[in-house]
Ligand binder design. Structure first.
Ligand code: ADP
Ligand code: ZN
Ligand code: ZN
Length: 803
């Protein structure tokens, strides 16, 4: 038997499976989707079996055998194997990358396998019993060497043993000490042996008498009996109890915020949406729905009730949220409704925690996964629905290989299972709304807020006027007044500033010089905490200059409005206000988002001041005022999506106000109040925004009227990179259809990063049947030849930005 194996050697120019011999005793066990260790050149590498066959086209006598079978059960299902091929092709990435992205990182790393005996009584093979020799953990190697492969598989299936992967010692199955307390008679015997002045030991034995025969977690025992570990150890040595290690799952810290656990009775619009989805589900259709619901319209309740139906049918659900650590409220609503059937997967989990969640899914112990982008690959085998909340978010696109969009993967998986996909948003991406208009997706609309609250009143404040009238503060007069009022009324305020250290660059007030990174063409960001300037692209750091490098003026200082600066200004204007600041700097620690949000929900602060991360998901009854300190930063991004992003952001933040009984008010401060993205965000009016923005996209030939693919080149040598970019562009021009537009090669918007020069070609097309094939050929040139000269080339099909 021959196995086709994709090996973990991503730099290898040829991206295809290699043939290996399957050792005879594994033939009945081995399955596609299992990991193996194989010889590759002088090394041993990890590989994935993608196929099995009787013969090889190659000289069979020259084939090498597989070295080790890592998984007795496949870790990648047939469906996901198939998906990985599609993914590699669509995103022009290595198959190995497409396979690895589906598994938790712990399964890619260095590992060692152990057999852990779970139920000794089921082990009926005498030789196997001998091999184990009473041990609880036996290196898997020993069992394989002794030829027990088939038996191992049987025992795993029966639950007699589990196979534990020890990954660099830190992400193994988590074990907990469990104390098995002896029976009452034994305890009485032990009691007699205890020395009169060993009072603590005597006390513990009295406690144990009450729990004779029970097994308790050591942690609980110590807590309940209130004794020291040393005392426990002493009585264990005397025979009052035995101690063992049991497998437990690492529980990720569950968010603690509250919501209604019983299903709500639906509004008319919600009911219609749920029915449309469940009807489609019952017909076994792979239909994609775009759920366009204004903020506060109760999209989550629609998801929850659709999932309820899925669970009743014995199927599983995937729910994607943009960045889960930022939406603890959303997560907690799923946990409250579906309890332990929910697994949570997000970037804040440790490698071990992720591995645990993955195993729960893979063993079918949970039925709902709530997670960020990569949760789209959750190893379910009977999917009933896939939901993408806030479908317009750019975090659904992975920026490194494989450069996939979770929406495309969702639709692909749903096709396989014949199940619906729901894309939910208050501000759908232009792409999705355009597809819904063409009936490629089914549009479902929630136009009213679930509790009939009015949409918040939005005021746009012209900051130019403020400046003219002598107000140099970052707070306009009307916003400052509104804040003062709310503080008096003990209502809550959300203030929004985008991006960390937004425009807190260092500027000379005499000559206008901005201090830039010596490696990249962008300004350095001022970090107050350690009086340093930092480059967010390459990490370059330098002290704040005391003099302007150009004109030697001493009037050089940081300018603008980072969250720290805003915090200081609030402290000056409203000394009595309690402020919580939420940005990358205050949320670096695990669980800090949840902690800050909990403090805010418990009313421990008046003002929540933050970046993007507070734009989504916040739902607190006492928020009655939202302020956007400067809408201009997103509006002036060098990106064709700038207007769309601004509209989305303004709508999202505005949606945080007045979601409950108290009416909400919103202030948007800007230097461009007449821009349509701002005007229409003011009325939260999606449809006219969509029409205007589509007209603009059409005029300039941007998506969704055209597709774009971005090919970027970088090299230390500016002449070399220009040369390769030219070669690449010529090749593309010669091989793509004449209707396809090629822009470039041009220097990229950020033309130098980390001392590497960047060039790019932009391919624009409506239909380009030869695209994938041509790009694959280009990539082949790159991998076999160009790469040797230090060039880096990346291909991004439908990129989220074109920097
Ligand atoms: P969205 O995600 O569309 O912005 P949410 O799902 O967060 O809106 O719902 C907004 C608020 O309305 C939440 O507090 C939610 O509990 C409540 N809600 C949703 N549906 C209903 C309903 N049918 N009846 C009463 N309240 C509801
Ligand atoms: Zn100067
Ligand atoms: Zn830099």
């Amino acid at each position: 038997m021959i196995a086709e194996v994709i090996v973990d050697v991503a730099a290898y120019p040829i991206d295809r499976p290699f043939d290996y011999l399957v050792p005879p005793n594994w033939e009945s066990v081995i399955e596609p989707g299992s990991r193996v260790k194989v010889p590759f050149g002088p090394r041993k590498v990890l590989g994935y079996i993608t196929g099995l066959k009787a013969d090889s086209d190659l000289d069979m006598t020259k084939l090498k055998p597989i070295d080790e079978l890592i998984d007795l059960e496949p870790v990648i299902s047939k469906e996901l194997l198939h998906l990985s091929k599609w993914l590699a092709n669509e995103t022009l990435s290595y198959e190995i990358d497409a396979l690895q992205v589906m598994l938790p990182a712990a399964m890619r790393a260095k590992y060692e396998k152990f057999i852990v005996v779970q139920r000794e009584e089921l082990i009926d093979n005498e030789n196997f019993v001998k091999l184990i020799a009473g041990r609880k953990r036996v290196p898997m190697k020993e069992a394989v060497a002794a030829g027990f492969v088939n038996l191992l598989k049987k025992y795993v299936e029966q639950g007699a043993i589990v196979v534990d992967t020890v990954v660099r010692q830190q992400t193994s199955l988590k074990k907990e000490r469990v104390i098995q307390i002896a029976d009452a008679d034994t305890l009485r015997e032990v009691q007699k042996t205890i020395h009169a002045n060993a009072r603590k030991q005597a006390e513990l034995l009295v406690w144990m008498m009450d729990h004779a025969g029970e097994s308790v977690r050591a942690k609980d025992l110590l807590e309940q009996s209130g004794i020291q570990p040393a005392v426990l150890k002493a009585v264990i040595e005397k025979g009052a109890a035995t101690e063992k290690l049991e497998e437990v799952y690492r529980e990720p810290t569950a968010p603690q915020l509250k919501d209604t656990p019983i299903p709500l009775s639906l509004t008319e619009e919600q009911r219609h949406a749920v029915e449309a989805v469940t009807d489609s589900m019952d017909k076994g259709q792979a239909e994609t729905f775009l759920l366009h619901g204004v903020t506060g319209s109760g999209k989550t309740e629609v998801y929850l009730q659709a999932i309820k139906r899925v669970l009743e049918k014995g199927q599983e659900a995937i729910v994607l949220v943009p960045e889960i650590s930022l939406t603890p409220q959303m997560t907690s609503r799923f946990i409250e409704r579906f309890g332990s059937l929910v697994a949570v997967m997000h970037s804040g989990l440790s490698a071990g925690e992720k591995y645990d969640e993955w195993r729960k899914i893979s063993r079918g112990e949970v039925k709902v996964v709530v997670g960020a982008r990569s949760a789209i690959f959750a190893p379910f085998e009977n999917l009933g629905i896939i939901i993408l909340d806030e479908e317009h978010e750019s975090s659904y696109k992975q920026e490194e290989p494989p450069r996939y969009h979770a929406r495309d993967v969702a639709i692909k998986r749903a096709e396989y299972y014949g199940c619906p996909v729901i894309l939910g948003s208050a501000t759908p991406s232009l792409e999705s709304y355009a597809r819904a208009s063409k009936r490629v997706y089914t549009l479902l609309t929630l136009s009213h807020r679930a509790k009939q609250q009015a949409m918040p009143a939005v005021t746009v404040v012209d900051m130019r006027e403020e400046l003219k009238s002598g107000n140099r503060s970052m707070f306009s007069v009307p916003l400052a007044e509104a804040i003062g009022q709310r503080i008096q009324r003990r209502e809550q305020i959300v203030l929004f500033l985008n991006k960390r250290g937004f425009s807190s660059f260092v500027l000379c007030r005499d000559c206008g010089t901005v201090v830039e990174c010596p490696n990249c063409d962008i300004s350095l960001t001022y970090h107050r905490a350690y009086e340093q300037l930092k480059c967010h692209y390459c990490g370059h750091e330098e002290p704040v200059p005391l003099q302007c490098p150009q004109c030697e003026s001493e009037h050089i200082r940081f300018f603008g409005t980072g969250t720290q600066k805003a915090e200081e200004e609030i402290a000056k204007l409203f000394p009595e206000a309690r402020v919580l600041r939420m940005d990358v700097d205050t949320t670096r620690q695990k669980g800090s988002h949840e902690r800050l949000l909990r403090q805010f929900s418990e009313g421990k602060a008046d003002i929540l001041l933050g970046t993007q991360m507070i734009a989504k998901g916040l739902d607190f009854p006492r928020i009655t005022l939202v302020g956007v300190l400067a809408a201009d930063t997103t509006l002036h991004l060098a990106d064709f999506r700038a207007a769309e992003k601004t509209f989305q952001l303004m709508t999202q933040v505005s949606g945080r106000a007045g979601r409950h009984e108290l009416p909400g008010e919103v202030f948007i401060q800007t230097y461009s109040p007449e821009h349509y993205a701002i005007e229409l965000a003011k009325s939260q009016n999606y449809e006219p925004f969509y029409q205007l923005e589509m007209a603009a996209r059409k005029q300039y030939g941007y998506p969704p009227f055209y597709f774009i693919t971005l090919v970027q080149f970088s090299h230390e040598d500016v002449l070399k990179v220009a040369d390769f970019a030219e070669k690449g562009a010529r090749f593309l021009r010669d091989n793509l259809s004449p209707e396809t537009v090629m822009i470039g090669p041009t220097a990229a918007a950020i033309s130098r990063v980390n001392n590497r020069y960047r060039y790019q070609c932009l391919i624009k097309y409506k239909k380009e049947p030869k695209l994938i094939e041509t790009l694959q050929q280009l990539i082949r040139y790159y991998r076999t030849d160009w790469i040797k000269s230090g060039l880096t080339m990346t291909v991004d099909v439908e990129p989220t930005s074109i920097f």
